[in-house]
Design a binder for this molecule. Structure first.
Ligand SMILES: *Cc1c(COP(=O)(O)O)cnc(C)c1O
Length: 816
């Protein structure tokens, strides 16, 4: 391995070589895409030696590793992250300039791998970043979707989905390894036979199979020389498969069959929080965990490894229920393939898994029809049935005569159809079950899985989510990073609690002025972007009020919209003098699941309101609403550093944690939020004075749910009534009174997430926000205190908690 070029000259030489030899073009004739690909390859050279070393050390050393199993990784762009990890930013910028090229242009040419829907996938990406930075051996396992999360466009204000073709211009950050492919079986039947030792055993005779080809991605630690691996699997038809069809002589059939196999990893399901029980999704889930377990157990570990000691070498973290089919798969590998006894296999399996639950919504807990599992994975169904039988015997022993409890706890449900409750399977198999924020873990114990927590209280724990400060502060907000580093040094980048050192500076007038200048310049940067990207004129002098996250009824974008309409209505009706209003720009960013009707209606309504409000001279300079399309990690990195106000307004008890809330607070936005998810912990840490709390508490929500009549809120609150009436009047839809009918009647007559019940409390809190913003210096003080007190929300701390409470792993010995 040649030494990496750390000087500008050496970089230029390596870059031009990549361009000429790798891309096959001269600098003069190269496209931006040629240049971006050559740059990526030049930068990745720097990480290669470390990466190979980490892989070699992992094979040699007996240190326990983490296998993070996640169906989603929302990585964001790779170039910036690699430049940050290798500290090459300045060399590369200068070197490119010497070639007459601009780094920012090449950076913008990269399409982010959108292999996740939102928070859950982004969390996985933050976690692997932190583990690499903390020098903990980890392999992230997942799926290489050919099409990631769709690209959102708006046509007449309505969401239209376009396929995400992230691979078409080349993917310089991945390394395919067809020689390490794994075969994955499906369907068929099982049979018993007697083995050479006279033991009765089970054999799965599959109906068809595909192969999984691993694509490796580098996960560099922050300037610590460690590079971990993210291994994403792609489905291919097998050679045997081809041959068989070739022999049948039907070429068209052959091509169709190939497509059938490769469909498995073709596209990410775009549902967030409410998955659909589609067969292809179960195929995806099994496909990637089967590849991953076989890869770790039979390729990474030595061939003759004693599987009764597997838990000494690996712990698999199940990121939600998506990978839970890994539990029966490990049993199958141990019992059928490695010929362990059932009891020995179960003992080790139970030590190898831990489960993270990410939800409180009952509709988000996956239940697979028994028929479907039986058809697709017949051996796994038998294994699940045996696990269940033994588990229920244990329940009956602990709680004799309590058959209702047995039915509640059963892994297999009988109603409405026979189904496998994946959360129950995960809980039975796992060493630990964790929620993702303190409140969520409490509700998980008491409301979602109360029978299980009664039986095994010690199995339940909490790990509050976190975000990586490398991407979401250092990289996304270079100006604030520089200001912080100048004040307290750069130790915060890997030890975020050091931000506490900023606390005294909140009282320093000069520091506050500099902090405000940073915010202002971040807004200008955002304004440039939105002008080019979406044609918006962002007023940089106004308060930037930001609500960015997936569109979901429980998150209550409709409540934010009601607030906007109220402010607008009060001005145009003459009840409020526009001169007395604190100027605001409301920013929405949100994708809706393509089949989620109410979410898409909400998007349409926001866009219609935005068009009218932005065009009305009556509110000019006072209120505007921008909704840039296609919210993703790249856009988040520009929006979040510019935000003044962070909207975290889910109905209490519905948002498991949230991580957008952490990113925004860390970048000096003040939160207006309910007592929900990690908002609770943010408020505890930043203090009540620096957080705008509103809305019902979770127990009040539970009580009100028994007799809630939303239309009564409408009748009883004049401002709310006026806002809803204006929405229904056609004023935002060219006179069409029916335009928002589905949305409005849903709010008035159903309102499952009680937006109307929290409306009054919310708009009152917004008045407190306005009052606070009128004193820019006091606002800056509160914003600085948010930054100073949010070190807890580093994903490094989350990883420390997983290590201490769940994994019991150690950092690796330093490499040679
Ligand atoms: C952080 C993040 C999310 C999660 O946002 P929440 O507000 O926690 O729901 C979703 N999408 C993207 C692109 C993110 O970066």
């Amino acid at each position: 391995m040649s030494t990496p070029p750390h000087t500008v000259d050496a970089f230029v030489e390596a870059f031009l070589r990549e361009l000429n030899v790798g891309q096959g073009v001269s600098l003069a004739r190269s496209s931006v895409n040629d240049q971006a690909l050559a740059l990526a390859r030049t930068v990745r050279h720097h990480l290669m030696a470390r990466w190979l070393e980490a892989i070699a050390t992992q094979r040699r050393s007996p240190v326990k590793a983490v296998g993070y199993l996640s169906a989603e990784y929302l990585l964001g762009r790779q170039l910036d992250n690699a430049l940050l990890a290798t500290d090459l930013l300045d060399v590369v910028r200068e070197g490119l300039a010497a070639c007459g090229l601009d780094l920012d242009t090449l950076r913008d040419a990269e399409l982010e791998p959108g292999l996740g829907n939102g928070g859950l996938g982004r969390l996985a990406a933050c976690f692997v970043d932190s583990l690499a930075t903390m020098n903990v051996p980890c392999i992230g396992y997942g799926i290489r979707y050919e099409y990631g999360i769709f690209r959102q466009t708006f046509v007449d204000g309505r969401q239209v989905e376009q396929p995400d073709t992230w691979l078409t211009l080349g993917s310089p950050w991945e390394f395919p390894h067809p020689e390490s492919a794994q075969q994955v079986d499906f369907a068929g039947y099982t049979e018993t036979y007697v083995d050479d030792d006279g033991q009765e055993r089970c054999r799965w005779v599959s109906g068809w199979h595909v192969v999984g080809v691993p694509y490796n991605y580098m996960v560099p630690g922050y300037r610590n020389g460690r590079v971990n691996t993210l291994r994403l699997w792609s489905a291919r038809a097998t050679k045997e498969f081809d041959l068989e069809i070739f022999n049948s002589g039907d070429y068209a059939d052959a091509v169709r069959a190939r497509t059938f196999a490769e469909n498995i990893t073709k596209v990410l399901y775009p549902e967030d929080s409410t998955p659909q029980g589609k067969e292809l999704r179960l195929q995806q889930q099994y496909f990637f965990v089967a590849c991953s377990l076989a890869d770790y157990m039979f390729e990474v570990l030595p061939r003759d490894f004693d599987m009764t000691r597997l838990h000494e070498r690996i712990v698999f973290q199940l990121n939600d229920t998506h990978p839970v089919i890994a539990v029966p798969e490990m049993m199958r590998l141990l019992v059928d393939v490695r010929k362990l006894s059932w009891d020995d296999a179960w003992a080790v399996t139970q030590k190898c898994f831990a489960y993270t639950c990410h939800t409180l919504l009952p509709e988000a807990l996956e239940v697979w029809p028994v028929d479907l599992i039986g058809r697709l994975l017949p051996r796994h169904l038998e294994i699940i049935e045996r696990i269940n039988a033994e588990f229920l015997a244990e329940v009956r022993e602990r709680f004799p005569g309590d058959e209702l409890r047995v039915r509640r706890m059963s892994i297999i449900s009988d109603y409405p159809e026979r189904g496998v409750r994946m959360a129950h399977l995960a809980t039975v198999a796992a060493t630990k079950v964790n929620g993702v924020a303190a409140l969520h873990s409490e509700l998980l114990r008491d409301k979602v899985l109360p029978d299980f927590s009664e039986m095994w209280p010690e199995r339940f724990t909490n790990v509050t989510n976190g975000v990586t400060p490398r991407r979401f502060l250092k990289q996304a907000n270079p100006r604030l990073s520089d200001l912080v580093t100048e004040a307290i040094g750069d130790g915060w980048i890997t030890d975020l609690d050091q931000l506490q050192g900023l606390e005294p500076l909140a009282d320093d007038a000069e520091f506050r002025a500099r902090f405000r200048a940073v915010k202002r310049s971040n807004k200008e940067r955002l304004a440039d972007l939105l002008r080019r990207r979406d044609g918006y004129e962002l007023p940089v002098d106004s308060m930037l009020d930001v609500m960015v996250k997936r569109l979901h009824e429980y998150k209550r974008q409709s409540l934010k919209l009601l607030h906007v309409v109220s402010v607008y209505e009060q001005i145009v009706s003459g009840r409020v003098d526009p001169a007395s209003v604190v100027p605001r720009t409301v920013v929405f960013g949100a994708k809706a699941a393509p089949g989620y009707r109410m979410a898409k209606e909400t998007i349409h309504a926001i866009n219609c309101v935005s068009a009218v409000v932005n065009d009305d001279p009556a509110v000019k300079g006072v209120l505007s609403v921008v909704f840039p399309s296609n919210y993703n990690v790249t856009l988040a990195e520009s929006l979040i550093p510019a935000a003044d106000l962070s909207e975290q307004i889910s109905l209490a008890g519905k948002e498991a944690s949230g991580t957008g809330n952490m990113k925004l607070a860390l970048n000096g936005a003040l939160t207006i939020g309910t007592d929900d998810g990690a908002n609770v912990e943010i408020r505890e840490l930043v203090g009540d004075d620096n957080f705008f709390l509103f809305g019902m508490l979770e127990p009040e929500v539970a009580t009100l749910a028994e007799h809630y009549v939303p239309s009564r809120c409408y009748e009883e609150d004049d401002d709310l009534k006026r806002a809803i009436d204006l929405l229904s009047s056609g004023a935002f839809a060219g006179g069409d009174r029916t335009a928002f009918e589905p949305l409005v009647s849903n709010l008035l007559y159903e309102d499952r997430f009680m937006a109307l019940a929290d409306y009054r409390s919310y708009v009152d809190a917004q008045s407190r926000v306005d009052a606070a913003y009128r004193d820019p210096d006091a606002w800056a003080r509160a914003a600085i205190l948010n930054v100073a007190r949010c070190g807890f929300f580093s994903s490094d701390r989350s990883m420390r908690d997983y290590i201490d409470r769940i994994w019991h792993t150690e950092p690796a010995p330093a490499g040679e």
